[in-house]
Design a protein around this ligand. Structure first.
Ligand code: GLU
Length: 309
């Protein structure tokens, strides 16, 4: 399981393709999450790879077991077949704590006493949150207590070439600042959990929505801190409503749990630049044909595509 390496161990050569779909169970599956599921599945299967499902319920204040169960049922109904057991982030706290302690011990992470109020007047970071200017980098102010833990970031460009979106470069210090990996409410942050899980599960390729493009340099930095090789990334355009908002529970995206699989899957193929298949096809034949025609270069190189719900 453990692929997090120390500096003494050479990096492994790239293993066989292993992809994943990692939904946060905050509601039922909708068209937007189906796009990520289909994209990651077809890319894995077209390369003879494995595809796993991970339930990203690390934020237990927003996630429910009912949603997780509903998502898995819908995936099954749509004919997805995953490899190996499902991993639940809510059961991984001990592992995340172990990694946090490793990062603190290496001097890469530190306790932070700042509250939201302390940071409210800071300039904005790339994702709209206050930019962290390093107030607790050298230790917390006297008379204060540690609330959260942050990862130290370098004043250097982190660049990667996304298979769909092209080259992305970020200066983590200027664009994001030292970021939270364990929150003030004691929960581990998405950024830490996702990287630890992707490393531990041997994920070689990540295909997901473009809303996570800005998070990727932070995640690549975490790989570097843990002496692990980052995966290849492909960020799919985001399905948005007429107001250009991401389809989500918050924007009342309709659930597809009771939807008819083939028409919906055909809409996803069209969204991804592929030809829809005959409406009377069986699910097995649909997947075989869709895998055969998968071509990542046909995906529109856009960040947002409007869909009718
Ligand atoms: N759990 C995240 C979401 O549902 C996806 C994380 C990822 O693919 O890295 O938006």
């Amino acid at each position: 399981m453990n692929r997090i390496q120390t500096a003494q161990h050479p990096l492994e050569t790239k293993a066989r393709y292993r992809g994943r779909f990692a939904p946060s169970p905050t509601g039922e599956l909708h068209f937007g999450s189906l796009v990520a599921a289909v994209g990651s599945y077809l890319d894995a299967k077209a390369q003879g790879g494995e595809w796993i499902v991970r339930i990203e319920d690390v934020d237990t204040t927003r996630c429910t077991m009912e949603s997780a169960t509903s998502i898995l049922k819908t995936l099954e109904k749509f004919g997805f077949r995953w490899d190996g057991p499902i991993l639940y982030q809510s059961r991984r706290t001990t592992r995340y704590q172990e990694i946090l302690e490793l990062l603190i011990q290496k001097g890469m992470a530190y306790g932070c006493a700042c509250s939201r109020k302390d940071l409210a007047s800071n300039p904005k970071s790339i994702d709209g949150a206050p930019l962290y200017l390093g107030r607790c980098r050298q230790g917390i102010p006297e008379g204060t207590q540690i609330r959260s833990y942050r990862l130290r970031v370098p004043d250097a460009d982190i660049s990667f070439t996304d298979r769909i979106q092209g080259t992305v470069t970020q200066n983590l210090e200027k664009d994001v600042g030292d970021f939270v990996i364990k929150r003030a409410d004691g929960l581990f942050a998405y950024q830490l959990a996702v990287v630890v899980d992707d490393i531990d599960q041997g994920i070689t390729d990540i295909v997901r929505g473009v809303d996570l493009l800005d998070s990727t340099p932070r995640q690549i930095w975490l790989y570097q801190c843990l002496n692990a090789e980052p995966p290849a990334y492909a960020h799919l355009p985001l399905a948005v409503n007429a107001q250009l908002e991401k389809l989500s529970k918050q924007t009342y995206a309709p659930s597809i749990a009771n939807g008819d699989p083939i028409p919906l899957l055909n809409r996803v193929l069209h969204f991804l630049g592929l030809a829809p298949l005959p409406g009377d096809i069986t699910l097995d034949a649909f997947w075989a044909d869709a895998v055969a025609q998968w071509d990542i270069h046909k995906i529109p190189k856009k960040q947002k595509v409007i869909v009718q719900c």
